[in-house]
Design a protein around this ligand. Structure first.
Ligand code: GAR
Length: 208
């Protein structure tokens, strides 16, 4: 299963994916890691791990539509089975969503539909909830509105600030992301095996 991972920041969740792939615990190929801005640590750590990287710099485009089109073109050039938003802080356009229906995975540091948006942890703390958590979902055209795949609750402690709570949420988020990717990879594997059985094992589905 080939994935392209999109990041805007430090990419610590991405690092958990890289580590799992490198130790053979996750049967996934990271085809490339991309960002919407230059100079992110997520891209730096990916390059250090020997991965292909790309930047489609949002600020270098005259319009969002142009940026969207270029992002889609570059992502498609890697022919991923799935695209993973791992702290990618930009909404992509409708063409991108249409190109990857239920194939564009997103993570969010709150229990959706509560606290969507760029400040899920801060907003949950400000509201005073005692339990928050993380969500893995399919991205759609809205802000954190896509179908939910998995969630994990995390207790808020009286001593938490945004950073400490986010750090604990990310621990849960990494586990859930790895589980979800492993599940998708094994489903994909079963599909491939079914396809091979149907086509006599040459992968050509009866045509030659
Ligand atoms: C993660 O907690 C992710 O859920 C969040 O950004 C963090 C990225 O951390 N994404 C969102 O808030 C999207 N709405 P990382 O760069 O250290 O992996």
């Amino acid at each position: 299963m080939r994935i392209v991972v999109l990041v805007s920041g430090t990419g610590s969740n991405l690092q958990a994916v890289i580590d799992a792939v490198q130790r053979g615990a996750l049967p996934v190929e990271i085809a490339a890691v991309g960002s919407d801005r230059p100079g992110t640590y997520g891209i730096e750590r990916s390059a250090a791990a020997g991965l292909e990287t790309f930047v489609v710099d949002f600020s270098a485009f005259d319009s969002r539509a142009d940026w969207d089109a270029e992002l889609l073109r570059v992502v498609q050039s890697y022919q991923p089975d799935y695209v993973v938003s791992s702290g990618f802080m930009r909404i992509v356009g409708p063409e991108f969503i249409a190109a990857y229906p239920q194939r564009y995975l997103n993570t969010h540091p709150a229990l959706l539909p509560s606290f969507p948006g760029a400040h899920g942890v801060r907003d949950a703390l400000a509201y005073g909830v005692k339990v928050t958590g993380c969500t893995i979902m399919w991205a759609d055209a809205g802000v954190d509105t896509g179908p939910i795949i998995a969630q994990q609750a995390v207790k808020v402690s009286d001593h938490d600030d945004e950073a400490s709570l986010h750090e604990r949420i990310k621990v849960a988020e990494r586990e859930l992301l790895l589980e979800t990717l492993a599940h998708l990879a094994s489903a994909q594997d079963r599909l491939t095996q079914d396809g091979s059985a149907q086509d006599g094992g040459d992968g050509l589905r009866g045509e030659s």
